[in-house]
Design a protein around this ligand. Sequence first.
Ligand code: UDP
Length: 235
Amino acid sequence: MQYKRILLKLSGEALMGDRNYGIDPKRLSEYAKEIKEVVDKGIEVAIVIGGGNIFRGVAGASNGMDRVQGDHMGMLATCINGLALQSALEAENVFTRLQTALEIKEVAEPYIRRKAIRHLEKGRVVIFGAGTGNPYFTTDTAAVLRAIEIDADAILKGTRVDGVYDADPEKFKNAVKFENITFKDVIEKGLKVMDMTAFTLSEENNLPIIIFDMNKQGNLLKLVSGEKVGTLINI
Ligand code: UDP
């Protein structure tokens, strides 16, 4: 196996499947099966899940809502997704813990780094909810932060595109995919991978990022097994 401990970042929108809002149970269950496959290989899996399928603070602010209030709503949305994912994983007989950066202690454990690492060592999937716990951040930043804290080998960002391209492949047919690219080149070429806060945090801490298509069956397992899937970003 290429990786021993991974941090998987899933966006909230990925959970929508073909819907415009909320959670598609079919998509959720497909993801749970993909995750189970890698857990069964002995890979330690931590997950950060977004909330964009339910609420984004920026969207609230553009409609006149207080930004911080909106971000609190966004963070709670990630907890809803975390609970849904936990349930889907448990349906596949995967042991899980949800840890949240905002305390909702009747529902989930508070985030405690040492506990999270212990759960991983015991083979439990740890889902991190509520982002960083702070407004004005994203779940991409939360994903990088947690990955560094738990000493993950890499951050695997599952998207609907199979890597980083020199132009948007959904708009430009001739767009060329990078197999590998450095952090520096991503910045110089102005490519969009993550928001800058997340991206530079990853670069500064030498944490490789892999962008891959999470909707293609078997991709996650291939990736952790060392097969060339998606685009690898490193120093
Ligand atoms: N959010 C936040 N702090 C964080 C992470 C998330 O305030 O550390 C809020 C923010 O409002 C954001 C929302 O939660 O818009 C959902 O997260 P994100 O947009 O990153 O989700 P994704 O795009 O991955 O679905």
